[in-house]
Ligand binder design. Structure first.
Ligand code: ACK
Length: 900
């Protein structure tokens, strides 16, 4: 073979001709590998788009095998190994064959047995050079520019002697670039890299074979590998090393195991893609009570600190007048002479009693006793309310609690002629004081003189008593509702836990959003729901944007006993009015009530110094709409669905809490470096709620028409169902990478078109199942729209079964679902196709359009996406520009915007 090459390439020896270039390449490999390593280090440290690191496991790399590869070539004069070593004296296993002058070549090169180590899909990367047949002297009719790759599965090494026809063909391998004598002269090496994958594999290993049928090839390296998703800890759950699935589109659902000292909140799961990437984390673990999260682990609360429930974010210092000497405390004990009610939260301070001392009886009837008392001398703060506990004498186990802001109450529904015991205590911001001593009063006895018929007495007594009790129950219920009170007899242990908010009974375990406006003093609401942070704990680093009330900055927060971490800081500009301060902090009062992985987390507020600040978790990738526009076309459908799933899950939480967002839009979603989306911006709802005129004068000036359901625009019917409509618009924004809904149509035209039944068309390349979900969210009848929990389940189903996302909305149904009916584009807007294309900066396609019969605007109106592709408009951005412009023209026409 060498002599043949010498003839063919007359300047150098044959081995030089093939080896020389790949020796250069080998050194280039070494340099490139080093550069790549540094780059990877740099990227993983600096990129805000940190994806999980993916793992490739080599099963064979011919470049790193030190000894004999053990490959077999036959016939013997076919493939031959070049016995060279590199600069480190490591053998370079390159095989070459070049029988281009001889007819009927059938040269086989068999690898040794390769164990697949349990992988069911493996990848083979070949690096090779191939001689350009045309550059060889004439008359070489037999010269080929391809070779074939085969495999044969076997559980052990016995399969070596199998026949050629038992091998299964993987592919014919062709070179992207073949080299000529000229390239060799210039020392230009055209090294080809081809990767093929094989699967599903069912045995323990396999052989590879390379068949040459008359080409001039040097096989420089063969690398066989499989991919796996590497073990990670995410949301406090550990996910094991997971070998990717056999199918190239398969997503393996993997369950995570909660790390030490953590408990399951929602079953943690992630999906391992065929590419070895972890995608779409679902669920999470939480550090159990007494432990807090640090660096993906749960660390014990130190003595003096406690954490009452897995849902509390971190260990807190024991509240005033309480202590704990143990690690992992879930609550703190009150110091001597300090008290806390059993049902008080463990965050409440222990207080010394300031007890109510003088209690006077007022009016007494046979069923009621009125009491009044004096505020304690040293109340230890402002008294927020009194708690009055009373029970029938000697019946202490069954008692009633009334809460009152006044210093008097009337206990009714009592038995006539019975003694009742009363105790009163006051509550300040620091908690409850001790109960007063016991005061005993008696109801009046029933008068029986009025009855003339003695025999009727028992009946009358019974019916009066029953009537009185029923009346008392009804009155009691009405009163408790009206006063948002807590009056409940302790008959049923659950009942004592019941709370009333705005007249609604709140069931135990279901948290409800409390509108900060229901507080007389908005400052009280802020401090109830948000932690006060000392300004000295915050380092502001840079301004990242402008908020409604002042600048938004990024910075770091260092709380005592905690690691410093990045935060976003919203500031209230100087010279604010009291109303602005109230509105600004109102957002914190709302945000502070939420605790969900898809809702932006409030760290706390600074109100005691200036500037007033709201501190939240930092979201590296900022707002979703800007992020998507910046990364147009760069995510897989599964990644986009993962984002949508997160938003839906956050919205489900808000709707369960009874909170209606009213301004759900991609600009109000923040996204972090793990592509987790979180709902933010809890400001607008307040404004709309209170001011009937404000529907059209909210902060941007207007209600967000394009995102808002028709019933909310028409008669301000904002509900979770109207949030679902907005969610559909967010889906559309996400799938179209931040496109503006309804493009440049005016708000009035949008309202009109939607009222007339038109809806946004499907974004390009959108899975049909997702577009259908959008249309469901945009049902005119709000009761027919899906609920957020249904949306979450539906998206979960799609994620679990990615093949269901493969059916895309095709071009023809895109057209039938256009915002307007399919009407011809008239010649009114543009006089010629050229003028139109120039106007949208696509003038380069004018000639192609004209040559293919699209010479009039009417003809252009029929263009579909497929037509564009056929015409050679292959850039997705250009396809979008042209299709969107066409849609706009159609919309404008129907709305009479464009003169015909
Ligand atoms: O798109 P952005 O970078 O993301 O610009 C806006 C800007 O501040 C004004 O709202 C950014 N922003 C707001 N809250 C946060 C946050 N928690 N983390 C990171 N960026 C934020 C937002």
């Amino acid at each position: 073979m060498t002599s043949l090459l010498e003839e063919l390439l007359s300047c150098c020896s044959a081995s030089q001709k093939i080896q020389l270039p790949w020796l250069i390449i080998n050194s280039l490999f070494a340099i490139a590998t080093q550069i790549l390593k540094y780059l990877l280090k740099f990227v993983t440290h600096t990129s805000s788009l940190t994806f999980f690191f993916l793992f490739i496991v080599n099963l064979l790399d011919s470049r790193t095998v030190m000894g004999d590869l053990g490959w077999i070539a036959y016939p013997k004069n076919g493939w031959e190994e070049i016995g060279e070593v590199d600069e480190n004296y490591a053998p370079i296993h390159t095989y070459q064959v070049c029988k281009v002058m001889e007819q009927n070549q059938n040269n086989w090169l068999l690898t040794s047995w390769i164990s697949n180590q349990g992988a069911s899909r493996i990848f083979i990367e070949l690096k090779f050079t191939l001689r350009d047949c045309n550059s060889l002297p004439g008359g070489l009719g037999t010269c080929k520019e391809t070779f074939n790759m085969y495999y044969f599965e076997s559980d052990d090494e016995d399969g070596r002697n199998i026949r050629e026809n038992q091998y299964i063909k993987i592919d014919t391998i062709a070179a992207d670039e073949s080299f000529t004598e000229l390239d060799l002269g210039d020392r230009v090496m055209k090294l080809n890299t081809e990767v093929r994958d094989v699967g599903p594999l069912t045995k323990k290993g396999f052989y590879l074979a390379f068949q040459d049928v008359g080409a001039c090839i040097a096989l420089v390296s063969v690398r066989v590998y499989y991919k796996k998703c590497p073990s990670v800890v995410r949301n406090l759950a550990r996910f094991p090393d997971t070998i990717t699935g056999a199918d190239s589109s398969q997503l393996l659902e993997v369950s995570g195991v909660c790390v030490n000292h953590s408990v399951t909140d929602e079953a943690p799961k992630m999906h391992c893609s065929a590419e070895g990437e972890w995608l779409v984390p679902i669920g999470k673990c939480l550090c159990k009570a007494g432990y807090e999260e640090k660096n993906n682990t749960c660390q014990v609360c130190r003595p003096g600190f406690f954490k009452a429930s897995p849902h509390s974010p971190s260990c807190s210092k024991c509240p005033p007048h309480s202590y704990t000497l143990d690690e992992a405390s879930t609550s703190c004990l009150c110091e001597e002479h300090y008290f806390r009610r059993e049902s008080d939260p463990p965050t409440m301070a222990c207080t010394t009693p300031s007890p109510v001392s003088s209690v006077k009886k007022g009016k007494i009837t046979k069923n009621s006793i009125s009491l009044s008392w004096q505020e304690p001398d040293r109340p230890n703060g402002i008294i927020l309310e009194y708690e009055i506990k009373y029970f029938e004498k000697d019946q202490e186990t069954s008692y009633t609690i009334i809460k009152s802001k006044e210093t008097m109450i009337t206990a009714d529904g009592l038995k006539p002629g019975s003694a009742y015991v009363f105790q009163i205590r006051a509550r300040t911001a620091a908690g409850y004081g001790g109960f007063s001593r016991r005061f005993e009063f008696e109801t009046s006895p029933v008068s029986v003189a009025a009855s003339s018929d003695q025999s009727q007495i028992p009946i009358i007594v019974v019916s009066v008593t029953v009537g009185v009790i029923l009346l008392a129950v009804v009155i009691g219920f009405l009163l408790s509702g009206r006063r948002c009170g807590y009056s409940k007899a302790k008959q049923d242990p659950e009942e004592e836990k019941m709370h009333f908010h705005n007249g609604h009974i709140k069931l135990p375990g279901v948290r409800t959003y409390i509108d900060p406006h229901t507080y007389e003093d908005p400052n009280q609401a802020v401090h109830e729901f948000a932690k006060e942070i000392e300004a000295s704990c915050i380092t502001i680093e840079r301004v990242i944007g402008a908020g409604e009330f002042g600048e938004v900055c990024s910075g770091r927060l260092k709380l005592q006993g905690k690691r410093e971490f990045p935060v976003a800081i919203k500031t209230l500009k100087v010279g604010y009015t009291e109303k602005q301060r109230r509105d600004f902090l109102g957002e914190a009062s709302i945000m502070g009530q939420f605790d969900h992985p898809n809702i932006i987390h409030l760290e706390g507020v600074v109100t005691k110094s200036k500037p007033v600040m709201i501190v939240t978790e930092y979201m590296e990738n900022g707002s979703l709409d800007t992020f998507l526009k910046k990364n147009d076309g760069q995510f897989t459908v599964i990644q986009l669905v993962g984002m949508l799933r997160g938003i839906a899950s956050g919205m489900k939480y808000l709707s369960d809490m009874g909170y209606v967002h009213r301004d759900l839009a991609a600009r109000n979603i923040l996204i972090n470096s793990n592509l987790v989306c979180k709902v933010s911006d809890f400001g607008l709802s307040r404004v709309l709620e209170d001011d009937p005129e404000a529907a059209y004068t909210t902060r941007g000036g207007k209600i967000p028409i394009r995102w808002t359901a028709p019933e909310a625009i028409a008669f301000r019917k904002f509900t979770s169902a109207s949030d679902v409509w907005s969610y559909g618009i967010v889906m559309w924004e996400v799938m179209s990478y931040g496109e503006r809904p309804y493009w440049e149509m005016t708000n009035q035209d949008v309202i009109k078109a939607v009222e007339e039944g038109y809806r946004l068309p499907s974004p390009m390349d959108c899975p049909a199942a997702l577009y259908q979900l959008m249309l469901d969210c945009w049902q005119k009848d709000r009761n027919s729209r899906p609920k957020f929990d249904e949306i979450v389940s539906m998206l979960d189903k799609l994620i679990r079964n990615p093949s269901s996302l493969k059916t895309l909305v095709n071009a023809s149904s895109r057209v039938s679902n256009l915002l307007v009916e399919h009407s011809p584009v008239g010649s009114g807007a543009y006089r010629s196709v050229g003028e139109w294309l120039e106007a949208i900066k696509m003038g380069r396609y004018t000639e192609i359009f004209m040559e293919n019969g699209y010479s009039s605007m009417d003809a252009v109106a029929q263009v579909t996406l497929e037509d564009l592709r056929r015409l050679g408009v292959t850039l997705v951005g250009h396809q979008k520009k042209i299709m969107n412009s066409l849609q706009e023209m159609k919309v404008q026409l129907v709305n009479g915007m464009v003169p015909l």
